[in-house]
Design a protein around this ligand. Structure first.
Ligand code: MRU
Length: 341
């Protein structure tokens, strides 16, 4: 099932957005019927739908939902709130802005554009899988035939897109081609996207995998057990600095120490040339509760508060390659996303 899709109903029944509730995985596969923009904003805030490409599609489809349900005036207000529902992944605002260019032509035109965003996302995942595989074959020509052990963090697979995904999409391609020995999935505290969602996707594929606590990752890499690290991105600045799930910067440093490739996989829509460098990216802080509470049980004293940055920024110099649906950029060699395609 797709992580997100538009469900067309025949008039007079209103259409709606179908989401797989990612907060309930891997134990329950619950479908959410999203019929209002407020429900969509709530789903985005709770991470029922998450991952940069999926958020782009959510932004585009949410704008269509707003126009279906109300006047141009009410839709404008709702779409502005939707655009701000999460700040770091540029894809959400990108998806909204893309379909808003058709806003004056009305609902049908906006919906057509939103469906195009969905379909391009599926195609983009296929292209990233192919380009990412080819880059691994180029960087690790001998090892790829022996079988690769790859590390990743967070969830960047079909749940983070419509289907396919970014970094995990490349890993799935390595598995399909028979070149995967193992995947080390960082658990991804505080919300366990790695241990819950990436492990769920790999298990469904039948791919070999193990989870590790985030703090074990660099030790394992330093022992020589990892051939390459692949991650996604939520926003890539014009100079190649890349924001992704908290913990990514740390494993990039581990990759540099071990001398292995560190590869970012993201669609072109994640590149934000308006943001010159990573220090200008807004990092979402999700508050204390997610850090001090596990399965409803508070782990820290009542008076303890947390810092909870949901993302960090990996400097361009640590990134061997950025694989998009259109190209491969080599930031560590001085290439920048802002350079011409
Ligand atoms: O907070 P999340 O779960 O939305 O964070 C998602 C990530 O950091 C992903 O790695 C990123 O969006 C790339 S998804 C293909």
């Amino acid at each position: 099932m797709r992580a997100i899709d538009w469900v067309s109903e025949s008039a007079p029944n209103p259409s709606w957005i179908r989401l797989l509730d990612q907060t309930r995985l891997p134990n329950d596969e619950i479908v959410l019927e999203i019929r209002t923009v407020d429900q969509l904003i709530d789903a985005i805030s709770r991470l029922a739908v998450r991952g940069a490409p999926a958020l782009g599609v959510a932004g585009a489809m949410g704008a269509a939902l707003a126009l279906q349900n109300g006047s141009a005036e009410t839709a404008t207000e709702e779409i502005a709130r939707l655009r701000e529902a999460r700040p770091t992944a540029v894809n959400l605002a990108w998806g909204v802005d893309r379909v808003m260019r058709s806003f004056d032509q009305g609902f049908d035109a906006v919906l057509t554009e939103a469906i195009a965003v969905r379909d391009e996302d599926i195609l983009g995942s296929q292209r990233m899988a192919e380009k990412g595989y080819n880059l691994l074959a180029e960087l690790l020509p001998e090892k790829i035939n022996e079988g690769l052990t790859l590390m990743t963090i967070c969830n960047t697979g079909s749940l983070a897109a419509v289907e396919g995904g970014t970094a995990l999409g490349v890993i799935a391609e390595v598995f399909r081609r028979g070149d995967l020995t193992n995947v080390i999935a960082c658990e991804t505290r505080p919300l366990f996207q790695g241990a819950r969602l990436t492990a769920w996707e790999l298990a469904k594929m039948g791919a070999p995998h193990q989870t590790v606590v985030d703090s074990a990752a660099n030790f394992i890499t330093s022992q020589g057990g990892i051939d390459a690290i692949l991650v996604g991105a939520d926003r890539i600045a014009a100079n190649g600095d890349s924001a992704n799930k908290i913990g990514t910067f740390s494993i990039a440093l581990g990759a540099q120490y071990a001398g292995i490739p560190f590869i970012v996989v993201a669609p072109e829509s994640t590149i934000d040339v308006e943001t010159a460098s990573g220090d200008l990216i807004t990092i979402e802080d999700r508050g204390t509760d997610e850090v001090v509470t596990i399965n409803g049980k508070r782990m820290s004293p009542a008076e303890t508060t947390s810092l909870n940055p949901a993302f960090d920024v990996t400097p361009a110099a640590l990134i061997t390659g950025i694989v998009t649906d259109a190209r491969v950029i080599r930031p560590a060699l001085g290439q920048q996303p802002a350079d011409a395609l």
